[in-house]
Design a protein around this ligand. Structure first.
Ligand code: ADP
Length: 255
């Protein structure tokens, strides 16, 4: 929806095949996801939308290898995540996935540079190289002037950019973002969405974002709508997208 045409027949980075996720709550079985199938090509920026409780976070947790399906299969970057043990999944995640959260999740007692370097502690890189890569990631997000700043001395928008730098420092294939604009004002929300789009355009990253923010629709290649654990398709999906645009006073309409 941003005017750039993805290359034809881009290879899928994510294949979700007939995935269900059920939770037991007491004697009740909660159907968080029901037979969801979805293919996301490499280098696409996609949004997962839907009302609270519709299964968005559950789906995000499955593609990022934080959780496993009760049924069906999840393939990401050529790996069938169902086949991995907990330890293997953690190692796989450290190599392939960058995580971005609504409330940034920065460590208050560490500088921007040290926060960004944290995921590299799981690698064999020495300290000098970790710091060099952290600085490069902070430069990518436009914060080369804030290397030694602590989170409390940064604005919300800057803190989210530090968190984005931390998500890209390991050069992951996939970036998953859970409500990344939920705690930001309008200007910083737009800047964050634009930065995510740039990571796609300039570095070929695949980005999956859970959002309620209708502004997101202007930045993504596709928006998927969930309702009660089911992925909407066809007319229902079109209607859900239209409802979000209308509720936002038309601000979500494609450019
Ligand atoms: P969303 O992100 O769209 O708000 P979630 O994926 O968080 O929705 O949740 C979908 C459904 O699954 C909800 O009914 C939620 O209460 C339930 N759920 C999510 N995680 C758990 C869990 N760990 N245990 C029990 N129920 C859960």
């Amino acid at each position: 929806m941003d005017g750039t045409t993805p290359p034809p027949a881009a290879a899928p980075l994510i294949v979700i095949r007939d995935v269900s996720r059920r939770y037991l709550r007491g004697v009740d079985e909660i159907h968080a996801l029901e037979h969801v199938s979805l293919t996301i090509p490499a280098g696409h920026f996609v949004a997962l939308m839907g009302p609270s409780g519709s299964g968005k976070s559950t789906l995000l947790n499955l593609v990022s290898g934080i959780d496993r399906p009760s049924g069906g299969e999840v393939l990401v970057a050529g790996q069938r995540l169902n086949d991995l043990s907990e330890d293997e999944l953690a190692r796989w995640r450290a190599r392939h996935v960058g995580l971005i959260f609504q409330f940034f999740n920065l460590i208050p007692v560490l500088s921007a540079r040290d926060n960004v370097g944290l995921p590299l502690l799981l690698t064999a890189l020495d300290k000098a190289e970790r710091l060099r890569r952290a600085e490069t990631a902070l430069r990518v997000v436009g914060l080369e002037g804030r290397l030694d700043h602590y989170p409390r001395t940064l604005s919300g928008g800057e803190q989210q950019r530090v968190a984005i730098a931390r998500a890209i420092v390991t050069d992951p294939d996939l970036i998953v973002a859970d409500e990344p604009t939920g705690d930001l004002d309008a200007r910083n929300a737009e800047a964050t969405l634009d930065l995510l789009r740039q990571l796609k355009q300039h570095f070929g990253k695949t980005i999956v974002m859970v959002t309620h923010d209708p502004r997101g629709l202007r930045f993504v290649d596709e928006a998927y709508h969930l309702d009660k654990g089911v992925l909407l398709t066809g007319e229902e999906a079109l209607r859900a997208g239209e409802a979000i645009r209308l509720a936002a006073g038309g601000t979500g309409a494609p450019r």
